[in-house]
Design a protein around this ligand. Structure first.
Ligand code: SAH
Ligand code: SF4
Length: 344
């Protein structure tokens, strides 16, 4: 069996790893430090020292889906639902641009209130502010994605959640794994920058399955991959599940950086929920993007995918200063560009 240190060294140069070696690296913690350092070097070499900030607007917590892990699932009656009106969304985007953000991410549950026409209105108005727009609003048809692209959307985030069809069936009842994959393909065909990712630590998810997820992201040549630990939510059927581990998620970020040197990888909010330095540790293990929340007021608390979400009592102005401080503290800088992937 190959020595794991040589697996890391080799991947730093070749950006290739066998599935078995990925599994061993996830399971074994002896070489974590070497793994994180190698990922940090690859990150610096390919995507530099700049950290891209993306301002996240969580504009509706109404969802027609029923994902087992998520607090926004339609069967959850313990949550107060909201929709931010289109003009208010545009106003939040304008403020975010004022704080210096060069990308606006619009995320929500799958809420059909926001028709393609309404979304086009919002997108075209935000687009006038000279920013990149990322959508994260779930599964739509090819024609709908096409219309949103035409209106000005640049990127789309849609996690595969897991590449294991069996686990997907159990976690996302009533949804089709095939259709999820088709959405990812359609977005690529339409010229979006495609962001995907998975949850880490779902019930019955094996390390082998996580290795498959990583290889899937590489195979489809994703432009951005965001992963995060699954955090059990008391208002869902998975309330008593164990949940994901920070260190595993951090290792997966590092392995992804070794294998996909030029993509954008965020240090996700869920990482900081499990570890108070979660985002900076992740930025030092391969990540180069942070998505601070620019939603205001009560909506921040109500967008409760999982419990313990950070910064729900803060303002967008506070968050941009806080994260900028953390980025500077670790010797990095906040990017001033829109932060598209530069393919190498
Ligand atoms: N409705 C859209 C976007 C909002 S959900 C969609 O599903 O694509 C955004 C992400 O939140 C999901 O992809 C999922 O991976 C993550 N998420 C949901 N519940 C979570 C939980 N309990 N712990 C951690 N992440 C969760
Ligand atoms: Fe809805 Fe997305 Fe939550 Fe699934 S993960 S219930 S689609 S908000």
């Amino acid at each position: 069996m190959k020595n794991l240190l040589s697996v890391i060294e080799n991947a730093e140069k070749s950006h290739y790893m066998e599935k078995d070696d990925i599994v061993r690296l996830i399971k074994e913690s002896k070489y974590d430090d070497e793994l994180f350092k190698a990922a940090d070097r690859v990150r610096e070499k390919y995507v530099g020292n700049e950290v891209h900030l993306r301002g996240l607007i969580e504009f509706s917590n109404i969802c027609k889906r029923n994902c087992m892990y998520c607090g926004l699932r339609r069967s959850n009656k313990n949550i107060e639902r909201y929709r931010i009106p289109p003009d208010k969304i545009i106003e939040l985007a304008r403020k975010a641009v004022g704080y210096g953000y060069r990308t606006i991410v619009m995320q929500s549950g799958e809420d059909d209130y926001y028709t393609v026409d309404i979304l086009k209105y919002i997108i075209s108005n935000i687009k006038k502010m000279d920013v990149a727009i990322t959508l994260s609003i779930g599964e739509k048809t090819f024609e709908e994605y096409k219309a949103l692209k035409k209106a000005g959307a640049d990127r789309y985030l849609i996690r595969i959640e897991t590449t294991d069809p069996e686990l997907y069936r159990a976690m996302d009842p009533g949804m089709s794994h095939e259709n999820r994959k088709k959405c990812i393909r359609d977005l690529g065909k339409l010229g979006y920058e495609v962001g995907t990712g998975c949850l880490i630590g779902l019930p019955n998810q094996s390390m082998e399955s996580l290795a498959d997820d990583i290889l899937f992201f590489k195979e489809i040549d994703a432009d951005m991959v965001g992963v995060g630990p699954f955090i059990p939510n008391a208002d869902t059927p998975l309330k008593d599940a164990d949940g994901g581990k920070f260190e595993i998620a951090r290792k997966i970020v590092a392995i992804m950086r070794l294998l996909m040197p030029d993509i954008n990888i965020p240090a996700t909010t869920a990482m900081e929920t499990l570890n108070k330095d979660g985002r900076t540790l992740t930025l030092r293990s391969g990540a180069n993007v942070v998505m601070p929340n620019v939603t205001e007021g009560i909506y921040r608390k109500l967008y409760a995918l999982y419990p313990g979400k950070i910064c729900t009592g803060d303002t967008p102005a506070h968050c941009v200063n806080c994260i900028t401080g953390k980025i500077v503290m670790i010797g990095r800088e906040v990017a001033s560009t829109k932060g598209f992937r530069m393919k190498m």
